[in-house]
Design a protein around this ligand. Sequence first.
Ligand SMILES: CCCCCCCCCCCCCC(=O)SCCNC(=O)CCNC(=O)[C@H](O)C(C)(C)COP(=O)(O)OP(=O)(O)OC[C@H]1O[C@@H](n2cnc3c(N)ncnc32)[C@H](O)[C@@H]1OP(=O)(O)O
Length: 197
Amino acid sequence: MSRVSQPWPPVAVEPAVPHPKAPVAGTELGVHFNECFGCGDEADAGLHLRSTVGEGQVVHSRFTVTAAHQGAPGLAHGGLLACAFDEALGSAVGNLMRRPAVTGKLETDFRRPVPVGSTLFIETRLDGVAGRKIYVSADGHLDAADGPIAVSARALFIVVAFDHFSTHGDPEALEKLAAQHEKNQREREERGWEINP
Ligand SMILES: CCCCCCCCCCCCCC(=O)SCCNC(=O)CCNC(=O)[C@H](O)C(C)(C)COP(=O)(O)OP(=O)(O)OC[C@H]1O[C@@H](n2cnc3c(N)ncnc32)[C@H](O)[C@@H]1OP(=O)(O)O
């Protein structure tokens, strides 16, 4: 079967310019919501994905596949890997662009099996913006940042108003999310003081 895919981004785009207050290269991105299946500390069987800002418009994320993530015995479930990419790509959009956005479309290309116990190193790039549409893509490398590519993904995120979350989501959880965001900001500022006293 041919792996030839459609041009990406599929429409004419402007360069994706990170927000002036976007975290700088080397910044560890905190958990955006403790109960998030992708990154949250309180999601016991979750992915516990962790991300760091890279040079340029890149975010590096990683997560280790556990027995809770299996599809076939000993192998990660494909849908769960798609979830890891949704989280990694969404984290790049949210943190670099600092605009509220949701996944409109997510496409995954599974190239190699991902065994339990392996760590996926996901490198996400911002590919361009067309109005409210933000295009991003990523490669997931097996067991090292330069390991073989096991999964690739491309996604379209759509910028939404904040009331998308208050109308459709859980207002109490949104308050927790705001508190988490403030905590992350505070911790980053404190780390900044340690580096540049
Ligand atoms: C500092 C802060 C840090 C924060 C960190 C956060 C980390 C987060 C990590 C978590 C990450 C997890 C993240 C998650 O899991 S997000 C959860 C999964 N996603 C959703 O639940 C989204 C559900 N969908 C919707 O709410 C609506 O459909 C949206 C809002 C997406 C659009 O409805 P809306 O009525 O508003 O807009 P529109 O329909 O006029 O569309 C607008 C434009 O977009 C184009 N379009 C739309 N869909 C598609 C499509 N499928 N393919 C191609 N194109 C599509 C459309 O043609 C149009 O183009 P144009 O006509 O303008 O050219």
